[in-house]
Design a binder for this molecule. Structure first.
Ligand code: AMP
Ligand code: MG
Length: 279
């Protein structure tokens, strides 16, 4: 069996995230690509069953936060690793640069509005972590502002956990070499060219600063109630396997159950067997 996905990828609360020591092209825990590709659909089937119970139970929710550099596979993970989730029980939100209205509010304002309802799985494609990463790297706010946010984020996530939202925060860890390949592929393939954003090259040029900013965010905001997981993401098949495993383990621990309403089955059956009242 080996270690669980959660143990394998977790940033230990209170310890450095250690991004430099984690290999983006690593494939820990799998014997071969073939085996992983056979295991992933089975994990996703379990995921679908667990999600249905969570939805039926309607008392708790799961929030998945996805962060990573451009092309790290946030959209790909949503498309593939979450493919088995039921659309009616899932709420996906992508966070872009804040609008003028959003900028007039506290940074968590738009985040709170996007939280999943009881019973739902919420997926954040980028999140409040942009407010301590891109904001820092591009100097969109002074250090005095962004540096107080780590504590605010921890308090916010703690309150979410207390009110029944389980958090799974996933950092998709890719190498600059793999990003180059993916950006080149976008240029080469006319069906992918629409995804190419020249501004991504400016972010790419700031790789080291992003690395530093992510290192601190993951280190300071990995907590027992809301841990960060670093998933090697250079290989898409591995990423899908890893994320599916993380979600299955988390939901299995939540152990959602179908509610057991008290129904007088005999009486209800009798009524159903009778004629439909007309007019
Ligand atoms: P993409 O995910 O590639 O569609 O791009 C979304 C862009 O919005 C990224 O460049 C993010 O860094 C940026 N973004 C998201 N949240 C924030 C934020 N709070 N402040 C500034 N930029 C942000
Ligand atoms: Mg982008």
């Amino acid at each position: 069996m080996g270690r669980s996905a959660r143990e394998r990828f977790r940033v230990e609360p209170g310890s450095p995230a250690g991004l430099a020591g984690r290999d983006p092209s690593g494939t820990p825990g799998v014997k071969s690509r073939k085996r992983a590709e056979r295991a992933t659909p089975k994990l996703q089937e379990r995921l679908a069953g667990l999600q249905e119970r969570l939805y039926a139970e309607r008392s708790r929710s799961l929030l998945v936060v996805l962060q990573g550099m451009d092309t790290s596979g946030k959209d790909g993970a949503i498309k593939h690793a979450f493919a088995s989730l039921s659309p009616s029980g899932t709420r996906v939100t992508s966070f872009k640069a804040p609008t003028e209205v959003e900028r007039r509010h506290h940074f968590l304002w738009r985040i709170r509005k996007a939280l999943p309802e009881s019973g739902q799985v919420g997926i954040f494609n980028r999140s409040h972590y942009e407010d301590v990463v891109v904001v820092r790297v591009k100097r969109l706010a002074p250090q005095a502002v962004w540096s107080t946010r780590f504590g605010e984020i921890n308090a916010f996530e703690e309150s979410l956990a207390k009110s029944g939202t389980t958090l799974v925060k996933v950092f998709l860890h890719i190498s600059p070499e793999e990003q180059r390949e993916r950006l080149l592929a976008r240029l080469d393939d006319p069906t992918k060219r629409w995804k190419f954003n020249p501004a991504d090259l400016e972010d790419r040029a700031r790789w080291a600063r992003y690395r530093t900013a992510y290192e601190e965010a993951l280190t300071r905001c990995s907590t027992d109630r809301a841990p960060w997981y670093v998933v090697p993401a250079d290989r898409k098949w591995y990423r899908n396997w890893a994320i599916s495993g993380l979600l299955v383990e988390t939901l299995e621990e939540m152990a959602p159950n179908y509610p057991t309403p008290e129904l007088d089955l005999a009486a209800l059956r009798t009524r159903l067997e009778g004629p439909v009242a007309e007019g």
